[in-house]
Design a binder for this molecule. Sequence first.
Ligand code: NAP
Length: 343
Amino acid sequence: MTGSSCAARVGPGLTVAVTGPTGDIGKPFVRALEQSPAVGRVLAMARRPFDPASLGWSKTEYRRGDVLDRQAVDDLVADADAVVHLAFVVVEASDRSNDVNIDGSRNVFEATVAAGVPRLVYTSSVAAYGYHDHEGLLTEETPARGTDRHAYSRQKAAVERVLHDVLAGSATSAYVFRPCVVAGPDAPTLLDQLPYVRVEQALPAVLRRALVRVPLAKPVLPDHGVPIQLVHHDDVAAALLAGVLGAGEPGIYNLAGPGEVSLSDLADALGWYSVRVPRQAIGVAATALHRIPPLAVEAGWLEALRVPMLMDCSRARRELGWRPEHDARQTLHELVAAHRSGR
Ligand SMILES: NC(=O)c1ccc[n+]([C@@H]2O[C@H](COP(=O)([O-])OP(=O)(O)OC[C@H]3O[C@@H](n4cnc5c(N)ncnc54)[C@H](OP(=O)(O)O)[C@@H]3O)[C@@H](O)[C@H]2O)c1
């Protein structure tokens, strides 16, 4: 997965180029770069306007640009000691995101190699393994086959192959991270995507307050008994920083916090109801939704919950000295507390 390893240019004043710095992982990660004495300068790029000073970032220079624009990517990485590629279409992944996710990633990898940057950090995902009936825990040796009918999973597996091909024989080494669902106060996507939350957020505040007072209006989450791993955004940031600094060997690393949660735990934390349903019900629902094109994206994410996707993360602990500070329950509770407080 990695290119030939090369001497680390680690030291004070590293210049780190980051695509996708404004997302669920990007913000906590850039915060970690800002706090690291080894990092002197952060060059960050995404498409929408953003002011680094609004988050108190002082080392970060932000520019607007698209990973599909090769010149913009070349300019971003030209002076970098390490490149971190986070830009991706995640929740809305579909056939239409092949360009950003696959071609855009290829641009970043090729530009990094062409500029002779020694180190590349890429966040793949547990989804790269594919939502199959895996036996036991997923290790980094489990083939990353993806799931064809799930666009995000298919694209994550494809991008890892692109990375392998582009870096082969180059002087750039790669740290490839495969996080499970990332959550925490600054990574609200898990909650924001729940249908009830989406409807609730669209309501005027006065109606939202009224809804909270009507117990029967609380939503019900179906729990089919599949355990879910979570990883806190700050723990992901720490792992990515270890890659930037060249801790341990380049390679592939699973990332998940200790422990697991269920959809009933999520419902409890939110003060919602949950009801136990047979595991097959989720697969049946996903298959039915796949037949309705406008709902295919939702069907794909339902499918992601069909089977347990539990990873063994001992390699990151052993090689990188990664010590996640939050277990799955703490991460869930921090996420829900932030949601409740309106963050
Ligand atoms: N969040 C998770 O649970 C999770 C779990 C495992 C792996 N990952 C992976 O981690 C990476 C980051 O995820 P995330 O959750 O932080 O994503 P996110 O919250 O959706 O943020 C995506 C970032 O990419 C930027 N971006 C999107 N399209 C772009 C383009 N064409 N050119 C330049 N920038 C673009 C976005 O800003 P603009 O829209 O302004 O361009 C934003 O900064 C992704 O590769 C994702 O697959 C995430």
